[in-house]
Design a protein around this ligand. Structure first.
Ligand SMILES: Cc1ncc(COP(=O)(O)O)c(C=O)c1O
Length: 356
């Protein structure tokens, strides 16, 4: 038998790095504030999923998640033909690039932003054009427009700083580009969303996630909203059964408990604002304004990688973005439960004050 190292790969795939996910420890006991998961799941969701564990699991799921698609259409006041349900929002981002970008086309996005976009461009043989954000994370709309992408991604609120971008800027950008994808993975924690742009313009697509706002990162569930013609193309490109039975049940149950979720989003926003104040006031750190369930913290004269390491020594995980020289001394910290934030604050205070 041939050893696998002798398989001839596509040269670009052989050379590519692949997406590097945040650390996911296999043992319990960690305070995980590194990948923006939610600290809670609505109780009714767990009950519904438990009840759905039956011999029905031998059957394939509904290929287009019809019931969930209709509920989401209702929620966002669009027709069901404007919705595709996906295996996490990553799946939506992936099939968008597959459906729209030919090899050699451009994928355009601001930088720093979600590091999956360049990976998707690479897999498709597209050219990635990254346009640097301003030093206060302002969106470089003119550069983004003039890069002439087949697909232009803007995450809003953006990862890693939580900056939310104005509807007028996004509308202007959409008017200049082939397809504007607004990645709203964190938008439930923001003051408003940009769904109205989907109703207004045929070349705006919004992607959403059940991972961050509904506490279902482990289920893998997301969706996209867009013009029916685009959504129809995405259905032709997706895996035949891209969303499992249990994920569909979890999504429907999460929407049944929307009042619980809305209260949870409000709590996280309040906790985020209080935590940011504490970091600025008591610890003298610089925190960028965030509309997401995380904050981006400049470590000033302290070395961010040292702080990250010391936190990890206390089994607290936060994320650092070393690749971007402008923001390499910052940490991104997810907003967890009240207890988790108290634990983090105590550890940070000790590290910054006592170990200096
Ligand atoms: C901006 C952004 N979009 C999308 C995702 C992926 O979300 P999902 O879990 O729905 O695939 C993430 C995850 O970190 C993200 O930061």
């Amino acid at each position: 038998m041939k050893s696998s190292s002798t398989v001839r790969l596509r040269p670009d795939v052989a050379a590519m790095q692949g997406y590097v996910p945040g650390q996911q420890p296999s043992e319990s006991g960690w305070t995980k504030l590194n990948t923006n998961e939610s600290p809670a799941v609505a109780p009714g969701v767990l009950k519904a999923v438990r009840e759905a564990v039956s011999s029905e699991l031998r059957l394939y799921p509904d290929p287009t998640s019809r019931a969930l698609r209709e509920r989401l259409a209702d929620r966002h006041k669009v027709v069901p033909e404007s919705v595709i349900v996906t295996n996490g929002s990553d799946d939506a981002l992936n099939i968008l690039v597959r459906a729209v970008c030919s090899p050699g086309d451009r994928v355009v996005a601001p930088k720093p932003s979600y590091s999956l976009y360049p990976v998707l461009a690479g897999i498709q043989g597209a050219e990635m054009v990254s346009c640097s954000l301003g030093d206060r994370f302002e969106l470089p709309i003119r550069q983004l427009a003039s890069a002439r992408g087949a697909v232009t991604f803007v995450s809003s609120p953006n990862n890693p700083a939580g900056t939310h971008y104005a509807a007028d800027d996004l509308r202007w950008l959409a008017e200049q580009t082939n397809l504007l994808v607004i990645d709203e993975a964190y938008v439930e924690y923001a003051s408003d969303d940009r769904v109205a742009l989907v109703r207004e313009l045929p070349n705006v697509c919004i992607t959403r996630s059940f991972s961050k706002a509904f506490g279902l990162a482990g289920v893998r569930l997301g969706y996209a909203l867009g013009h029916p013609e685009l959504i129809d193309a995405l259905h032709r490109v997706k895996d035949s059964y891209n969303v499992g039975r249990l994920a569909q049940v979890a999504g429907l149950a999460a929407l049944d408990e929307i009042a619980w979720a809305e209260k949870h989003w409000e709590d996280i926003r309040a906790r985020r604002n209080k935590f940011a104040k504490e970091l600025c006031g008591n610890l003298g750190l610089h925190v960028y304004p965030s509309e997401a369930n995380f904050v981006f913290v400049e470590c000033g004269d302290r070395d961010a990688s040292d702080v990250q390491e010391k936190l990890a020594g206390r089994r607290i995980l936060v994320r650092r973005f070393a690749e971007d020289p402008l923001f390499s001394n910052a940490l991104r910290i997810s907003i967890g439960s009240e207890e988790e934030m108290a634990r983090l604050l105590e550890a940070l205070t000790y590290i910054l004050r006592m170990e200096n």
